[in-house]
Design a protein around this ligand. Structure first.
Ligand SMILES: Nc1ncnc2c1ncn2[C@@H]1O[C@H](COP(=O)(O)OP(=O)(O)OP(=O)(O)O)[C@@H](O)[C@H]1O
Ligand SMILES: [Mg+2]
Length: 263
């Protein structure tokens, strides 16, 4: 069964129809990259998956059941700029997230559970290469290190679905490459299902197993809010072969979506 599936999904804010008639099925372990013009609803879509926004119509199902209207430990998110607590250390930030993930059932962690949490947080930080920075404070970290901290925060709850909203947009190209390697390794090792929004088409092609282009099928200049965006292209990124087919697809997409309409 698909881990996530939608039919005739739509989302509106008042008169603004943001997403319209979205349908898909995603299997566990897929790495879906999302691109589309600024304001077309990509972040909104991730918020629906996370459960911090609710759908206005249609269906959105996780494991065949309507997605809960609240975040759960099965879904983690990394934003472009992550909110870390400046008064907590790197380790403290990740432990705090672990606390939150567990607290619904068990309350704040003490004693044995706290030691287990500390070990899990340390392991998550070592995985993302921050093992030597456990006691640093966020302002002492570079941009790339802060994003790695954000990823460790999302990983501590061992989510089945990882949502990444332009996570590397603010990073230098060299550091982005390191982050690509990191996220690919985590994806392969953890078998997690990933949805990643990016404005970088090359990044979308390189990292994903499947690319979605979100866009409006109809535009009315008189009523810009009247039509919502949907998945206009759903492209399997089959990496076997010489890559020529994918290169051509990318170029075709790039030219059809240039002119500043790409986010
Ligand atoms: N909480 C909200 N209340 C009302 N309107 C909202 C809210 N959040 C988003 N919107 C509207 O929904 C539309 C889609 O916004 P969203 O942030 O999802 O776009 P996006 O594709 O992520 O854009 P970008 O690439 O610039 O990040 C916009 O018109 C925005 O104004
Ligand atoms: Mg966005």
């Amino acid at each position: 069964m698909a881990i996530l599936a939608a039919q005739r999904l739509n989302k509106r804010y008042g008169d603004n129809l943001v997403l319209d008639n979205v349908a898909f099925e995603v299997e566990e372990g897929e790495f879906v990259t999302l691109v589309g013009p600024s304001g077309c609803g990509k972040s909104t879509f991730l918020k629906l998956l996370l459960g911090i926004e609710s759908i206005s119509g249609g269906t959105l199902k996780l494991d065949g059941r309507s997605i809960p209207n609240e975040p759960g430990p099965d879904r983690g998110i990394v934003f472009q700029k992550y909110s870390v607590f400046s008064h907590l250390t790197v380790l403290g930030n990740v432990m705090f997230h672990g606390d939150l993930a567990a607290s619904k059932l068990l309350g704040k962690a003490f004693g044995k559970r706290r030691r287990a949490l500390r070990e899990a947080a340390t392991a998550a930080l070592e995985e993302v290469g921050l093992g030597a920075a456990l006691n640093k404070y966020p302002h002492e970290l570079s941009g790339g290190m802060q994003q790695r901290l954000a990823i460790a925060q999302a990983l501590i709850a061992k989510p089945r679905i990882l949502l990444l909203d332009e996570p590397f947009g603010a990073l230098d190209p060299g550091i982005r490459k390191d982050m690509h390697a990191l996220i690919t390794r985590l994806w392969q090792e953890a078998g997690v299902t990933i949805f990643m929004v990016t404005h970088d088409l090359q990044e979308a092609f390189d990292l994903g197993t499947r690319l979605w282009v979100f866009d409006k099928k109809r535009h009315d200049p008189q009523a810009p809010d009247a039509y919502g965006a949907t998945i206009t292209y759903d492209i399997a990124l089959d990496k076997t072969g010489d890559g020529e087919h994918l290169r051509r697809t990318r170029e075709a997409l790039n030219s059809s979506m240039s002119g500043g309409r790409f986010a």
